[in-house]
Write a protein that binds this ligand. Structure first.
Ligand code: M7G
Length: 326
C-alpha cells in the first residue's frame, strides 16, 4: 500500500501537479452536491459475476434490482496523497505477521476514506450485459466497402441508446458536472468528466468532449470539413484542462475510439500515465493523428481500411463472419 502511494507520488510529476492533486477535495469539502440517495442496491440479487480483476480492484456483476435487469460495477478507488495523514492517524492497525524488519497489517480506514465507486446500469439491456462480460476479442479489418455493406446497417439497428448524450447536451442530466461548454452548433462541444472518473485525483483524469453536431456517428464519418470542429475540441479541451487541473497537453492522451460504443462523436481526454480501458492501439486513434490524416487526405476515414477489436459474442463480429471476412 505504501509502495503504491509512493509510486503515485513519483508518477504525478512536477510539484504543481501534486499541489493540484491536493486541491481535488472530496465532494463534501468542495461544495459539489453529494446526494445521499436511498440504497437501491439493498435488495440487489446477484445472478452472475461478468468480470473481475484483482489488479484493477473491480468487479462487474449482473443481477436484478426489483425485477429489472441491472449491471453493477464496483471499483476500489485510488489512495489519495491528501488523505494520508488522516489515513495513518485515524485508522486501526491489526498485525498479521512480523519477521525481522518486516511486518504486514490489515489497516481499517475510516469509512469515508474507504469508499467504493459504484456504477449502476438499470434497466440494463442484453447488450450492456455483454459489454461488461469477460470475453476473447478478435481483430477485424474493415474496408470502406465493408463499412457500407456490413457495419453501417448493423450499427443503425443495434447500437446503444444515445439518450444519456442528448441529456448532457440539453442540460437534462449532469449539468452541474460540465467543466466547459462551447455552445456553437457547428464547432461547439461539452467537456465533462467521464463517468469512469470519480474526480478525486488527477492521476486517473478522464474527461469527455461531446460535440454539439448530431450527425457524426464516428471516426468513419469524419471529412476535412470537420477539421475546424476537431481543432476546436483539441485546442479548447487542452486549454480548459490546463486551467482547471494544471495538466499540460504533454500529460494528456486525447483520442477517439473506433468502434465506439456510442455513435455520437466524442473525444476522450485521459491522463497519459493512466492506462484507461480502451486506450490500446487497436481501438484508440490520437486526435492529433486524425487531424493530420484529414489534412493530407480529406477522405482518409471514408476510404481507408480500419482495424478494430470485436468481442466474441458481438453481433457485428457475427456479420463479418457471415460475409466470409474472418
Ligand atoms: P465509447 O468510445 O463510445 O465507448 O466511449 P466505451 O464505453 O466502450 O469506451 C463512451 C464513453 O462515455 C466511455 O468512456 C464511458 O465511460 C462514458 N459514459 C458512458 N455513459 C453511459 C456515460 C454517462 O452517462 N455519463 C458520462 N459522463 N459518461 C458516460
Amino acid at each position: 500500500m505504501a509502495d503504491s502511494a509512493a509510486k503515485r507520488q513519483t508518477d504525478s510529476g512536477p510539484d504543481d501537479l501534486n499541489v493540484e492533486v491536493k486541491k481535488l477535495k472530496p465532494d463534501h469539502e468542495n461544495g459539489r452536491q453529494e446526494a445521499e440517495s436511498e440504497n437501491i442496491l439493498s435488495a440487489f440479487k446477484t445472478s452472475a459475476v461478468l468480470n473481475d480483476s484483482a489488479r484493477e480492484k473491480t468487479i462487474f456483476i449482473h443481477g436484478k434490482v426489483t425485477d429489472q435487469d441491472a449491471v453493477v460495477i464496483l471499483e476500489k478507488t485510488p489512495i489519495r496523497q491528501d488523505s494520508l495523514d488522516e489515513l495513518f492517524s485515524g485508522s486501526s492497525l491489526k498485525l498479521e505477521m512480523r519477521n525481522d524488519i518486516y511486518s504486514t497489517y490489515r489497516l481499517q480506514a475510516p469509512p469515508h476514506l474507504n469508499e467504493i465507486k459504484t456504477t449502476v446500469v438499470c434497466p440494463a439491456t442484453e447488450k450492456h450485459v455483454k459489454k461488461y462480460q469477460r470475453q476473447e476479442s478478435f481483430l477485424v479489418e474493415e474496408t470502406a466497402e465493408d463499412y457500407q455493406s456490413i457495419t453501417l446497417a448493423y450499427i443503425q439497428k443495434q447500437s446503444f441508446s444515445m439518450q444519456w448524450v442528448y441529456n448532457i447536451l440539453e442540460k437534462k442530466a449532469e449539468a452541474d458536472r460540465i467543466v466547459y461548454e462551447d455552445p456553437d452548433p457547428q464547432v461547439g462541444f461539452v467537456l465533462l468528466p467521464d463517468f469512469k472518473w470519480d474526480q478525486k485525483q488527477v492521476d486517473d483524469l478522464y474527461l469527455l468532449a461531446i460535440v454539439h453536431q448530431r450527425n457524426i456517428k464516428s471516426l468513419r464519418d469524419l471529412r476535412s470539413e470537420h477539421l475546424p470542429l476537431l481543432q476546436n475540441v483539441f485546442q479548447k479541451g487542452k486549454e480548459q484542462i490546463l486551467q482547471r487541473y494544471k495538466l499540460p497537453a504533454s500529460q494528456l492522451r486525447v483520442y477517439l475510439h473506433y468502434q465506439p460504443s456510442y455513435y455520437h462523436l466524442h473525444v476522450h481526454f485521459t491522463k497519459l500515465g493512466y492506462e484507461a480501458p480502451g486506450c490500446g492501439v487497436e481501438r484508440a486513434h490520437l486526435l492529433t493523428d486524425v487531424i493530420q490524416n484529414l489534412q493530407s487526405d480529406p477522405r482518409y476515414y471514408e476510404t481507408r481500411t480500419l482495424c478494430f477489436p470485436l468481442r466474441a459474442d458481438d453481433g457485428l463480429l457475427g456479420k463479418f463472419k457471415e460475409a466470409g471476412k474472418l
